[in-house]
Design a protein around this ligand. Sequence first.
Ligand SMILES: NC(=O)c1ccc[n+]([C@@H]2O[C@H](COP(=O)([O-])OP(=O)(O)OC[C@H]3O[C@@H](n4cnc5c(N)ncnc54)[C@H](OP(=O)(O)O)[C@@H]3O)[C@@H](O)[C@H]2O)c1
Length: 327
Amino acid sequence: MSFSENRYSQIPYRRCGDSGLMLPILSLGLWHNFGGKADLDNARDILRTAFNHGITHFDLANNYGPPPGSAEENFGKILHSDFKGYRDELIISTKAGYRMWDGPYGEWGSRKYLISSIDQSLKRMNLDYVDVFYHHRPDPDTPLEESMMALDQIVRSGKALYAGISNYGGEKTRQAKHILAELGTPFIIHQPMYNMFVRGPEEDLFPVLKEEGIGCIPFSPLSQGLLTNKYIGGIPEKSRIADPDGFLQENDLTQEKLDKIIALNEVAEKRGQSLAQLALVWVLRNEVVTSALIGVSKKEQLLDNIAALDNLELTEEEQNQIESILN
Ligand SMILES: NC(=O)c1ccc[n+]([C@@H]2O[C@H](COP(=O)([O-])OP(=O)(O)OC[C@H]3O[C@@H](n4cnc5c(N)ncnc54)[C@H](OP(=O)(O)O)[C@@H]3O)[C@@H](O)[C@H]2O)c1
């Protein structure tokens, strides 16, 4: 298989915090649409289109499916059939933190769970190592030192090149950074939820990431599809809300949100962009953001999102309009 020769001129890359790693400003997540019930040809088409446009980073987790683990298995299959010879051009991440198997060692943040989980993930993807391994969520009961020492061991043993954390608040992130810095482990990236509807990280987390030189890859930048025009005329049959396995629920689409979506869509149209494109430009406007971590259910959505990069400038007037819609 071969890919477009000019793929690296199609998308900008940003440095991930103070590290040596560059990431494409759009990265692709495999949470939905890549599991055991997904159409493998569609999944392959999305992955190939992404890489053809310079998207080098694919994000997974132990539990992505359904069933849990099946997204890693499918990704492994496609990687080995379609991306042979390209492993060194890819940044593959996975995570552990949510429930993956029965019993007390199948979730949260113990050394036992994290080290067992990376071994399982590598087996499912048929890989020797991932580029980034994340602790998926903070564990209120396990000492932070234990979870971070597990990440350190995973990096030291060559199973991951870099460590990351996800869903941690600002103060715990700072503590994690100090523990890992003492251990000499490259902790380079944080994965928070951040989009026009979820602004918490701006106050709590972003100042810490900036001060500590940690990169940031916000997930669900489109609020799982709410920040697109797809729900303006009702709930389409093929959509995450309509999908019984989807994490987005009908009651997430309140009238208040719908009113905001309609108003934001008008701002987008005036710029000559789709709302999805505007939502991505808005997330990427923040200097702390390295890459926006999107999901897509088909290739056309991916192409629409990539076209956002044609106009990454947001005027002050547009930013003010967006603020007044959101507040
Ligand atoms: N660390 C964590 O705790 C965590 C949590 C959640 C996600 N993540 C990561 O973040 C990734 C992205 O999350 P997400 O899938 O929620 O991101 P998202 O980009 O906010 O939402 C993706 C959904 O939006 C819709 N969409 C995308 N582009 C569109 C377009 N141009 N026009 C219309 N609709 C469009 C599609 O919905 P339809 O399916 O309805 O077509 C798509 O499945 C995940 O795959 C995962 O890797 C991490």
